[in-house]
Write a new protein. Structure first.
Length: 407
């Protein structure tokens, strides 16, 4: 089996962290100078192992090996959420980079290669998986023309130009070149840690459905309007929220999650009865049948609220992502590698978060593995994984790569 250098994996991750430090994590939003520095760092490392390396027109980094035999695509992303953790993304990129080095150094695998990709904007500062979707040919230029940074409002075109990428062509992969795509990631939850497990073999990436529920009442004076004649849109929205929390559990699966992450009242003043309210509901599950059931239930709750009054209520779906199944032979490879390194301490599990593997899985066999997150914390600068687990994950990753390349 090709051999990884655990110290080098840790050193690479620390080098990336040092390019964008924030507390014990990083601040590396998409196309920030710190993000661009990390792309150039990767490009340099890829050239050092003889890969053809480039940063393309949407700031994806590709490292392409020159061998003629079986090739695997590995990677993840380099940007972070604002003021967030150092491993969300870079872990998968550094594992793929180290796998590319290890495969190259092993004479048994002389004919095999690992291509490396860092997909731009997995964290969604500008859009929705724009980098990986561009890499598989799902993004047209108009989508980039319309993309703006959700924090700064800066157009993506301006940010790409500032990074020196104006007019640079985008690279679209040929899925036939690869045995498939393998992404490693921190778990970002506490399932592995809580069960004293070391590796999550990802079976699927959950589907996401999102809705805006709107209630319409009558805006009026909070001091002079009698309670009996009020049409308070805020109260109507709150009732719907409570009905969802009360009625979903009986219909949900074991790992279904739902969140009402935003509620807005108009005009949102202490002395004014809300005339209108908006409630955003998001739900996730790996099984469309479960999501269908919950969607049916929320539509029923809203229709009932609309019928019984005194406010009108409506619902509109604003997002739908299909669950993505990982390829069974990729799961076998990860499971076999985990069993060899950490016998009995791996588990099959769905991913509750979206990942680039979800996009690649639409075009070629794909797989994912998780390593434990300390305390289950992610999207926060305290996110961490022990050095021992980082190195263990890299060993499992390269073993899985070796099984998939089959030299
Ligand atoms: Zn990530």
């Amino acid at each position: 089996m090709p051999e990884i250098n655990g110290e080098r994996v840790l050193a690479d991750l620390r080098a990336l962290k040092a390019l964008a430090p924030y507390e014990s994590g990083v601040h590396r939003p998409t196309l920030s100078p710190e993000h661009v520095a990390s792309l150039k760092w990767l490009e340099t490392e890829l050239r050092a192992i003889g890969h053809e390396a480039k940063i393309d027109g949407i700031a994806n980094v590709f490292g392409i090996s020159k061998v003629t035999g079986p090739k695997l695509l590995g990677g993840s992303h380099l940007e972070s959420q604002n003021h967030a953790g150092w491993l969300d993304g870079p872990l998968g990129v550094v594992y793929a980079l180290e796998a590319a080095r290890a495969v190259k150094a092993d004479p048994t695998f002389a004919n095999c290669g690992v291509d490396v990709v860092a997909c731009c904007d997995e964290e969604g500062h500008y859009g929705f998986f724009l980098g990986s979707r561009s890499a598989v040919g799902e993004v047209d230029d108009a989508l980039i023309d319309g993309a703006v940074d959700r924090t700064s409002g800066i157009p993506m075109r301006d940010a790409l130009a500032a990074a020196g990428l104006a007019g640079v062509p985008r690279h679209v992969i040929d899925p036939k070149r690869y045995v498939g795509f393998l992404e490693a990631h921190i778990e970002q939850g506490d399932w592995l840690e809580a069960h004293d497990l070391k590796i999550g073999v990802v079976t699927s990436i959950v589907g996401i459905r999102q809705y805006v529920i709107t209630t319409e009442g009558v805006q009026n004076h909070a001091g002079t309007t009698r309670m009996a004649i009020r049409k308070d849109a805020g109260v109507a929205a709150a009732r719907i929220a409570v009905a969802i929390s009360d009625q979903f559990p009986a219909l949900a699966g074991e790992r279904t999650v739902w969140t009402m992450g935003r509620i807005t009242l108009e005009p949102g003043a202490p002395a004014v009865i809300p005339g209108r309210a908006e409630l955003v509901l998001q739900m996730r599950d790996a099984d469309n049948a479960v999501l269908d059931r919950l969607e049916g239930k929320v539509r029923e709750i809203v229709a009932e609220a609309d019928k019984s009054g005194p406010c009108r209520a409506g619902i509109k779906q604003t997002r739908r992502t299909e669950p993505a199944a990982m390829a069974p032979h990729f799961m076998d490879a990860v499971r076999g590698a985990a069993e060899a390194d950490v016998p009995g301490r791996h588990v099959d599990m769905p991913s509750g978060a979206g990942h680039d593997a979800m996009v690649f899985s639409r075009h070629m066999p794909s797989g994912m593995l998780f390593v434990p997150s300390i305390g289950g914390i992610s999207h926060h600068w305290t996110e961490n994984t022990s050095d021992a687990d980082i190195v263990m994950g890299a060993r499992v990753y390269i073993d899985a790569v070796a099984r998939l390349l089959g030299a």
